[in-house]
Design a protein around this ligand. Structure first.
Ligand SMILES: CC(C)(COP(=O)(O)OP(=O)(O)OC[C@H]1O[C@@H](n2cnc3c(N)ncnc32)[C@H](O)[C@@H]1OP(=O)(O)O)[C@@H](O)C(=O)NCCC(=O)NCCSC(=O)CCC(=O)c1ccccc1C(=O)O
Length: 271
């Protein structure tokens, strides 16, 4: 793959090639923990991938082979309700990033080598697919380090692995290896570390062969019940976009622009 770097970031890397965007958390010295700067840059990169018509699939990964992401950077966690940015302002913006990944109308694949822990574990969870290296380790640490994600981190985990297992993961704060993660339905496949990128790209290329609209609507459908009315809004937005592409939808707009009554009678009432 002839990856091309895009943009200038401090905490992440953004590459694109052959219809795939690869977004890398680039703080290996702290096992790719995220601070507000990291989350802001991730949100910029995901927005770029969202708007880029040449991108059909997005990979989220971490730099190096020791960690995908170790969650919120505990060294900048303040006492005032969040993680401090360079100005000392507290943030909890990883929740916006989680929703942005879910609302991005293209498949997002977590490519996990090493630790996916704490908020980093939730990040892989909110991705559509997870390809794990055989050295991957998964777990939540919140109750041990004075934190919890009672939103998607709890609810989505329960949907993925079942309620009892999700409670075990959160209440005991154990770590699980890649094979255990596979057997509980937390990841899609496990491959030797040396084959991680190749395997992930293979999955991406397979998805790129398929109808982008079908993948887009399916993703919205899979998220709709978990996200409640906001999920239905996302799913329904696809219906509106498709309706705008029909002569029937266009007749309403054209009639209004032409200052005449719309003629919807010519459109069939399909059974
Ligand atoms: C990940 C480990 C298991 C890796 O262990 P190991 O390989 O032995 O490496 P270490 O020697 O421990 O670490 C190397 C180096 O990295 C630093 N580091 C590791 N993780 C972090 C981190 N999360 N923050 C800051 N720094 C980190 C470590 O200190 C070392 O550096 P030194 O200079 O040598 O000290 C292990 O490292 C580990 O267990 N890490 C901590 C995992 C953890 O507990 N993460 C935080 C969980 S809480 C969270 O993620 C918040 C989620 C959240 O953001 C959120 C949740 C709900 C609502 C809102 C929000 C929100 O928006 O904030």
């Amino acid at each position: 793959m002839d990856w091309k770097a895009v943009g200038t970031f401090q905490d992440i890397l953004y590459h694109r090639a052959e219809g795939i965007a690869r977004i890398t958390i680039n703080r290996p010295e702290v096992r790719n923990a995220f601070r507000p700067q990291t989350v802001n840059e991730l949100m910029q990169a995901f927005q770029q991938a969202h708007l880029d018509p040449e991108i059909g699939v997005v990979i989220l990964t971490g730099a190096g082979d020791k960690a995908f992401c170790s969650g919120g950077d505990q060294k900048v966690r303040g006492d005032d309700g969040g993680y401090h940015d360079a100005q000392g302002t507290p943030h909890l913006n990883v929740l916006d990033l989680q929703m942005q990944i879910r609302r991005l109308p293209k498949p997002v694949v977590a490519m996990v080598a090493g630790y996916a822990i704490g908020g980093g574990h939730v990040l892989h969870l909110v991705c559509d697919l997870t390809i794990a290296a055989d050295n991957a380790r998964f777990g939540q640490t919140g109750p041990r380090v004075g934190s919890f994600d009672a939103g998607l981190g709890a609810g989505l985990l329960a949907r993925a692995v079942g309620l009892k297992k999700a409670k075990e993961i959160w209440f005991l704060c154990r770590q699980y290896d890649a094979q255990e993660a596979l057997s509980m339905g937390l990841v899609n496949t496990v491959v030797p570390l040396a084959q991680l990128e190749q395997e992930t790209l293979q999955w991406c290329h397979e998805m790129l062969q398929h109808s982008p609209t079908a993948l887009r609507v399916l993703k919205a459908a899979f998220n709709a019940d978990t996200d409640g009315l906001a999920g239905i809004q996302e799913l329904a937005g696809n219906a509106t976009a498709l309706y705008y592409m029909t002569p029937e939808g266009q007749e309403g707009r054209n009639a209004w622009l032409e200052k005449r009554a719309p003629d919807f009678g010519k459109f069939p009432r399909r059974p």
